[in-house]
Design a protein around this ligand. Structure first.
Ligand code: UDP
Ligand code: MG
Length: 312
């Protein structure tokens, strides 16, 4: 018998646990036919509602259900990593609890791995139907920008919903970085990857855990984790302003030798503008360096990515 681990990160998803389970189990006949059994790992990411209680209830009915509860909210990235670490399956799927990742795609994903020789099957939504337009706008701009800044391919609309074989999972687990940006990590490890596309499905129950600013911070984390282009940009600005300064110095010296300065020291306003502008650029560049430094600081501390409160 083969084993398929399904990892489900959950934060306050009490209304969705049973719906998700029922929907997932519609695939059971197919996987039985393939000689594959399920292992369901719910990672409770510090929920403050009855998520853990619901999962325990489910475990009473189905012993293949497992629960990993965090001591507090550590974020979806940590939850996915914890799920991957405790998974034992030959195949591992990661999916959201809110049914925005349709479980009905699993058989097709499974076939791509077992029959077509792929190591991982990822999904992307082809539209952003039902999402606030301003969020879609910034999301598109973010993907354009980050793909200019890094060699790792980061696909617009990619979901974390993915089926992987053991080899692929082990590669992901070997990346123990603290600042985890899965959308980049999945691409970075390589292997043979297939993309499946589907229409965006809106969340039916509960609400999204991502505010605009949370997403914005996540986007910055992504850039810091997969690109050093901002640092190169800071150096470039430095060289550029040195050149401008050099040209100005030459021009001023020539003017002094030829016409002199008949009006005395005027031009303080433009001087003030130049000083303000250049010091602004300097602070910006120091800020960029500071961002990388703060990430490095967190990496060297080697804090655990999550702390488990209860495991069943
Ligand atoms: N989630 C989590 N920890 C968090 C935020 C979200 O485990 O800190 C889970 C959440 O319960 C859901 C999945 O990650 O199963 C995706 O979250 P959500 O549906 O809120 O994101 P969206 O689909 O709106 O991008
Ligand atoms: Mg969702």
């Amino acid at each position: 018998m083969g084993l398929l681990s399904v990892i489900v990160p959950c934060l306050n998803e009490q209304e969705n646990i049973f719906d998700f389970y029922n929907e997932l189990m519609k695939n059971e006949p197919f996987f039985k036919g393939q000689g594959v059994d399920f292992e369901l790992i719910f990672v409770d990411d510090g929920s403050t509602d009855d998520t853990a209680a619901r999962v325990k209830e489910l475990k009473q009915k189905d012993s293949r259900v497992r629960l990993v509860s965090f001591s507090r909210n550590f974020g979806k990235e940590a939850a996915m990593f914890a799920g991957l670490q405790s998974s034992k399956g030959d195949y591992v799927a990661i999916m959201d609890c809110d049914l925005q990742d349709p479980p009905a795609l699993l058989p097709e994903m499974y076939k791509a791995i077992t029959e077509e020789g792929y190591d991982s099957v990822a999904t992307r939504r082809v539209n952003r139907k039902g999402e606030p337009p301003i969020r879609s706008f910034f999301a598109r701009k973010f993907y354009k920008l980050i793909n200019k800044m890094t060699k790792t391919e980061i696909v617009d609309g990619a979901r974390d919903y993915r089926l992987m074989n053991r080899k692929f999972v082990d590669a992901i687990l070997a990346m123990e970085e603290y600042n985890r940006f899965s959308k980049g990590i999945f691409g970075w490890v390589g292997f043979k990857n297939k993309w499946l596309e589907f229409e965006n499905i809106e969340r039916k129950k509960g609400e999204t855990k991502w505010s605009f600013w949370k997403l914005f911070a996540y986007a910055i984390d992504g850039i810091l984790a997969f690109s050093t282009a901002p640092l190169a940009m800071a150096s470039f600005l430095g060289v550029f302003f040195c050149l401008v300064a050099f040209i100005f110095i030459i021009a001023i010296i020539i003017r002094q030798w030829t016409v002199g300065d008949p009006h005395g020291a005027v031009g303080w306003a433009s001087m003030a503008c130049i000083i303000l502008f250049v010091s602004g650029v300097q602070l910006l560049c120091v800020g960029v360096v500071g961002q990388y430094l703060s990430k490095t600081y967190l990496e060297v501390k080697k804090r655990p990515l999550y702390i488990v409160k209860e495991e069943l």
